[in-house]
Design a protein around this ligand. Sequence first.
Ligand code: UT7
Length: 324
Amino acid sequence: MTIRSVVLGTGHYLPKKCMTNADLVSLVDTNDEWIVERTGIRQRHIAGEGETTSMLAIEAAKAALADAKIDANSIDLIVLATATPDHTFPSTATQVQAALGITGGAAFDVQAVCSGFVYALTTADNFLKAGSAKRALVIGAETFSRILDWTDRTTCVLFGDGAGAVILDAQNGGGTNTDRGVLCTHLRSDGRHLEKLFVDGGPSTTMTTGHLRMEGKEVFRHAVVNLAETVEEALHRAGITPSDVQWFVPHQANRRIIDATAKKLGIDPSHVVITVDLHGNTSAASIPLALSVARQDGRIKQGDLVLIEAMGGGFTWGSALIRW
Ligand code: UT7
């Protein structure tokens, strides 16, 4: 008998304000053609004044609870992935816990930037497998609009705000890859690459929040190599071939990275979930947002094998295989 973290429900939330590529033309020297051709992005959502990461996370969590049809108080673990917390401390996860009226269990944030959701899912899965918790709320939530340099066209056109949430329940499985739940996870990091993707501020350096800085070409180069490696590792460990995967739900940073990775892995484009065109890069929120969208529109069904992967600042990267 093996404990499996089975998905009970998903939810997402996007701020009301939507910014198109045309809207960006008034801010920086850019154009719709460049953004669409280089990234696939057509629009992104931007948090309103006073709208914080925890507010987005709370809405996504409520939607996931409703989808799972469970009571918030049955949750005994909240793991929230974000690089844009409401406060330096306490964790945004504890704000979500309070808003949902949950007074038991544990809540904390994890920080792995765009890989944050894969790290959070892995953490929750291991808590459930170890018997340390029974039911987890795993959230990716970001307000990257707050850390963008809105005068830098090489970065400000790429990102958006949003949140996605997944509820995992510890259930008994048979120990094979036909089980429902998280079948395997694979995390990696290489801290030598800080300067390629980072925020130039922080409490113990500048005592300011800072702005996102990125060497886009370098990140792109590493992303294609690292993502293929982590996915191949996950498939190998689970004894699964790319053709067994019903839905490939990658981190949504750039359409070209997604297409190149899917091609390298031999995954048919009709099995790839794409939301980057509508959401931009929402960092840790991108995968749970895409999962929730594909679940809501009926693409992901119970029993489907879903492959997720992400790569972000650090560098960090990772993948997971989930039988829905
Ligand atoms: O989620 C975390 C991980 N992040 C990523 O995965 C992002 C990875 N990187 C990328 O997605 C791509 O590298 C970018 C989309 C950021 C850039 O695409 P690129 O094809 O690598 O373009 P580039 O940086 O080489 O820039 C090409 C040209 C440059 O002009 P010159 O030097 O050739 O004259 C840029 O100045 O495009 C120019 N450019 C722009 N032009 C119009 C850069 N940004 C813009 C812009 N609008 N917004």
